[in-house]
Design a protein around this ligand. Structure first.
Ligand code: GLN
Length: 314
């Protein structure tokens, strides 16, 4: 146990993460499938598993393949949303909703009946709408990489090969962007908006870096590295957590809330970031996905963590 100036002592999580990695790493790649619709991701070895956490007091624990970088894919939607809230605040909600979609992350069906307004910022259509707002503010994926480097305290880069691979094959995302443009819900040309979106999805990070970078979400928006300027206001950080809980894992959000009970954001690279508000941020990674595009083993790891610690928002 470590004693902290405020509140109860911080438990040492290292033995638990070692236990989770020992139990689950041998299963990596045995269930689920690595995303293959982005050719550069299809080559990733499925037999990998990493986990890392960082408490609000700054204590860290990590196990398994926690230092191996991977494509963060839709986990990046958390950070583009954060940057957009910093820049335009509430005005964002004129272009994107806050309701779970109950549909796959790349679905087109709701967009037509809902006149090009995406349900939430975490499905692809919503993240493309956020990317459009960022382009209007003169921002690029490079600015997101810079923001993440500051939050994680180490250089974060874009994997240009993954970005090019998705740009060449992302027909659905081209369709989504053009469809929203036809409803007047995208202000910029589709090309620069998709360029930002594909490059943000191709950011490469490891579990340790993700647990650090997302740290503002467990500390009411405060900078995870102790920087003087908050990343978000307390109200904004709480709302991002609410969106993660209801929309962060697409059509599995109900199951995640039921089984895990933590705000989570997943990506088809196999990464998932979870937040225990006021306590810690946790990141898991294993590339093989279930049918909804969430890491199969990552979800098991989060279930195990919550079962062992009792840390859930419910
Ligand atoms: N880049 C991926 C896509 O647009 C992101 C999807 C995801 O991680 N769920 O399809």
């Amino acid at each position: 146990m470590r004693t902290t100036p405020h509140g109860p002592p911080t438990p040492d999580f290292q033995p638990l993460l070692d236990e989770i990695a020992a139990a689950l790493r041998p299963q990596a790649g045995q269930q689920g499938k690595v995303a293959s619709y982005i050719p550069a991701l299809a080559r990733v070895n499925a037999a990998q598993f990493g986990i890392a956490l960082r408490t609000c007091e700054g204590a860290e624990a990590a196990a398994g393949d926690c230092d191996t970088p991977f494509s963060i894919q839709s986990v990046s939607k958390l950070f583009s949303l954060t940057m957009c809230l910093q820049l335009i605040g509430e005005a964002l909600w004129q272009r994107v909703g806050r309701e779970p979609s109950g549909n796959p992350f790349n679905s087109l069906v709701q967009l037509e009946s809902e006149h090009g307004l995406p349900r939430n910022p975490f499905i692809n259509a919503g993240a493309i709408a956020v990317a459009d707002r960022l382009v209007s503010q003169g921002r690029s994926a490079g600015d997101l990489a810079a923001m993440l480097s500051d939050l994680a305290g180490t250089a974060i880069e874009i994997d240009e090969e993954v970005a090019a691979s998705e740009a060449a094959t992302g027909f659905r995302n081209h369709a989504l962007a053009n469809f929203m443009k036809s409803f007047g819900k995208i202000d910029n040309d589709v090309a620069p908006v998709l360029e930002l979106y594909f490059r943000q999805c191709a950011l490469r990070m490891n579990c340790r870096q993700l647990a650090r970078a997302a740290g503002y979400l467990c500390r009411d928006g405060g900078h995870p590295g102790g920087g003087a300027t908050p990343v978000l206001t307390e109200r904004q950080a709480r709302r991002v957590n609410a969106l993660m809980l209801t929309c962060g894992t697409y059509d599995m959000a109900g199951e995640f809330a039921f089984l895990i009970g933590l705000p989570c954001k997943s990506g088809v690279g196999g990464g998932i970031v979870a937040v225990v508000p006021d306590r810690l941020t946790l990141s898991v990674w294993s590339p093989a996905l279930d049918a909804s595009g969430n890491s199969w083993l990552g979800m098991r790891a989060l279930e195990m963590f919550v079962a062992r610690t009792g840390l859930s928002v419910f």
